[in-house]
Design a protein around this ligand. Structure first.
Ligand code: 6PG
Length: 259
């Protein structure tokens, strides 16, 4: 698998298929965990939701991968969550709980779930922001710095719950917001762009032919984050790695995918 530099802090890996991609993503997770724990004694991760990471989470729960991660020093957060109870079929927490959290010896207190059972989405966001401030021991104008942020990308170019043409794209003060998402007629809770861009290492994990057009626009097209919010992800003091399968990468220029 070749890793291509797109800029000084952005790389892309194009991997044959979703199964191989999940293996590569598990290896990346373990590598980042070992790096962070060697440096600071802990590994803080903002997990992504949706369907793409299901294979990664399930793989990390298998014995050969599970045994490589010092779970006692791993701390999980979520990059975004749907405004549903934690046992709801749409819950990112439930998806992660079923595939990973219930299968590995991570201490429950290390899992920082967004408490979306509260009816007021804005209050959920405020509460999660307080939890981040407390965990990372932040000063008033400080940002939390995750060791790893995992992100997916929707066919419309959204990431986390940063959807096209929504106000949260311009949020520069809050750490966590609760945008109304018209297309789904629901609130979401999401980390804001400044937080996502303050991570040590960010990985976009994208598969499927249905995302090829959007991926090409995001990576190679004009900068238009209102239409493609994934373009907002530009780590300030960190690195970004796109991990994509060949189906999603099929429209990228040959220099990137080296067919
Ligand atoms: C969510 C995710 C979201 C996701 C993209 C891609 O809550 O749905 O955080 O940002 O990563 O929508 O979703 P798929 O992996 O299902 O294509």
């Amino acid at each position: 698998m070749n890793t291509i530099a797109l800029s000084n802090n952005v790389q892309i890996q194009v991997i044959a298929n979703p199964e191989a991609l999940a293996q590569a993503a598990a290896a990346e997770f373990v590598q980042q965990a070992n790096r962070a724990i060697a440096a600071t004694g802990r590994f803080t991760v903002a997990l992504s939701g949706g369907s793409t990471p299901k294979s990664l989470y399930a793989l990390l729960a298998t014995p050969s991968w599970r045994e490589q991660v010092p779970w006692q020093q791993v701390y999980f957060f979520w990059g975004d969550e749907r405004h549903v109870p934690p046992d709801h079929p749409d819950s990112n927490y439930r998806m992660t709980q079923e595939r990973l959290l219930s299968q590995v010896p991570i201490p429950p207190e290390n899992v920082h779930r967004i408490k979306t059972e509260r009816p007021d989405a804005s209050a959920v966001a405020t509460e999660y922001e307080q939890e981040l401030r407390q965990f990372f021991q932040l000063e008033a104008n400080e940002l939390p710095r995750f060791d790893l942020v995992l992100l997916g990308m929707g066919p419309d170019g959204h990431t986390a719950s940063l959807f096209p043409h929504t106000q949260v794209l311009h949020e520069q003060t809050r750490l966590v917001a609760a945008p109304w998402v018209e297309k789904f007629k629901t609130y979401r809770i999401t980390l804001t762009p400044p937080v996502l861009n303050h991570a040590v290492h960010t990985v976009f994990f994208v598969t499927g032919a249905e995302k090829a057009e959007t991926l090409q626009a995001v990576i190679e097209g004009d900068f238009q984050p209102e239409n493609f919010p994934s373009q907002l992800i530009q780590p300030v003091h960190g690195t970004l790695l796109w991990m994509v399968d060949q189906a999603a990468a099929r429209l990228l220029s040959p220099s990137v995918i080296k067919r």
